[in-house]
Design a protein around this ligand. Structure first.
Ligand SMILES: CSC[C@@H](O)[C@@H](O)C(=O)COP(=O)(O)O
Ligand SMILES: [Zn+2]
Length: 218
């Protein structure tokens, strides 16, 4: 099945919304980031951002539709995101995933660097963990971290090995985060929850360090 024109336009409109919202937060520095929304599961088809575009702006050439092999479905001069393969891995691993968002932020980069040499970042007891759809009391979550392989098939294969049903995201060290959800609303909520947790934790470490220094110098 091929997505109808109406389905495509609806996905493009939703991608516009997410893109402008994230752009207002400076989550796409230097053309970084990419976004996708699934259109069909079998065979896989999704709308994805075109590569190298200024994601703070809207243009008629922002998105294209790709297939399960990350190839454009229609004849086009647009190039799909260089990281389209990662979106495909997410959709193939989690058939219920309907949207996948990738952003580079200072906080997600700092967290991945703070836990240099470790393969995950964990946090417990924060209310915003519920934003990830995890409702148990005092929940403890672990977000995998993969190394930033320049070769995208290698990076996508590493991501495929570590992503789990439990936590809808993965950090790429000194690069950014991929977060997904059943639809664009959920993927956005997950991304926002992750970013809150990263910023909170990094600031908390900073304040704790400052408090320790003050105590030891007094
Ligand atoms: C311009 S820095 C970012 C890129 O190398 C890449 O990581 C990225 O997120 C955007 O690539 P793109 O091909 O535009 O989807
Ligand atoms: Zn990236």
């Amino acid at each position: 099945m091929t997505a109808t024109l109406e389905q495509r336009l609806d996905a493009f409109r939703r991608l516009d919304d997410a893109k402008l919202t994230f752009a207002r937060r400076d989550w796409f520095p230097g053309t970084s980031g990419n976004l996708s929304i699934k259109l069909e599961s079998e065979p896989l088809q999704f709308a994805v951002t075109a590569s190298g575009k200024d994601k703070t702006k809207l243009s008629p050439e922002d998105y294209l539709i790709v297939d399960q092999d990350s190839r454009p479905v229609d004849a086009t001069t647009l190039k799909p995101s260089a990281e389209t393969l990662i979106h495909a891995v997410v959709y193939k691993t989690f058939p219920k995933a309907g949207a996948c968002f990738h952003v580079h932020t200072v906080w997600n980069n700092l967290i991945s660097e703070l836990y240099f040499g470790q393969r995950a970042f964990s946090i417990q007891g924060q209310e915003l963990i519920k934003g990830l759809g995890i409702w148990e009391e005092n929940a403890h979550i672990t977000i995998p971290i993969v190394e930033n392989f320049a070769d995208i098939p290698t990076l996508a294969a590493e991501i495929e090995k570590v992503i789990t049903q439990e936590v809808p995201g993965v950090l790429i060290r000194n690069h950014g985060i991929y977060a997904w959800g059943g639809n664009d609303f959920e993927a956005k909520r997950h991304l926002e929850a992750f970013e809150f947790l990263f910023e909170y934790h990094a600031r908390w470490l900073q304040l704790r360090q400052a408090a320790v220094s003050t105590t030891t110098t007094n």
